[in-house]
Write a protein that binds this ligand. Structure first.
Ligand code: AP5
Length: 215
């Protein structure tokens, strides 16, 4: 059986992480989130994590060789599974060329690209109000999806934290990088007829329903 390949794409704060886990669970896909994998390396203070942190804190792309290492080992470990969902990769045309090359090696090809469309004005509000549980990584929003108790994770009861790259200056940089480097991929995949365009400005449940109905 050939594994299905899906990609989640959208600006920072579009809700990719919020949706990715549910989609992967529903479809029984392996989730490969480069942001989460890089943060895991930062937390464990691996050599790769220490290099990555200096880029992530400024809202810049981590060098492609480091990202390639993470992606390749994750594909290899999960070959034969029913599908893969990529969140945060590819992030520009050169990463897309690299993905094509890796997939070809395993006789795989991209099936569909889920584009979560959210305007810049909504992004700033989403990211400045995002809080994350440092233990289980659950994502909250202080207005749209607040924890039950003041700034404590509902499940772990530990204080929630703000991501280092959710500072207003860094958010602006991430958004600018998205428009310059990542958004051209949407046009690229659109030409190939692979884009599923999702209105990301609905509630998380409505966004999830749109996605599930389309894949
Ligand atoms: P990464 O972690 O991938 O960050 P990102 O793409 O900027 O996306 P975010 O995680 O910020 O947002 P999201 O879309 O997942 O939104 P979320 O669901 O949390 O990457 C971080 C960094 O790592 C990069 O800047 C780069 O340095 C490096 N990196 C990663 N991949 C790389 C690669 N391939 N190459 C090189 N470098 C790489 O939602 C946001 C908030 O909104 C939350 O508070 C949530 O509760 C809320 N929310 C979600 N959905 C809704 C909704 N429908 N309505 C209202 N609120 C909502």
């Amino acid at each position: 059986m050939t594994s299905k390949i899906y990609i989640l794409i959208g600006p920072p704060g579009a809700g990719k992480g919020t949706q990715a886990k549910n989609i992967a669970n529903t479809k029984d896909f392996v989730l490969i989130s480069t942001g989460d994998l890089l943060r895991e390396n930062v937390e464990k203070r691996t050599e790769l994590g220490q290099i990555a942190k200096s880029y992530m804190d400024k809202g810049e792309f981590v060098p492609i060789e480091l990202v390639a290492r993470i992606i390749k080992s994750n594909i290899e470990q999960n070959l034969g599974k029913s599908g893969f969902l990529f969140d945060g990769f590819p992030r520009d045309l050169s990463q897309n060329a690299l993905l094509d090359e890796m997939l070809k090696e395993f006789n795989l090809d991209v099936d569909k690209v889920i584009y979560i469309d959210v305007k810049d004005e909504a992004i700033l509000e989403r990211l400045t109000n995002r809080r994350v549980c440092p233990k289980c990584k659950k994502v909250y929003h202080m207005k749209f999806n607040p924890p039950k108790k003041d700034e404590l994770c509902d499940d772990c009861e530990v204080p929630l934290i703000t991501r280092d790259d959710d500072k207003p200056d860094v958010i602006k940089n991430r958004l600018a990088t998205y428009h310059k480097s990542t958004h051209p991929l949407v046009e690229h995949f659109e030409k190939g007829g692979k884009i599923i365009r999702i209105n990301g400005e609905k509630s998380p449940k409505e966004v999830e329903n749109q996605i599930i109905a389309n894949i």
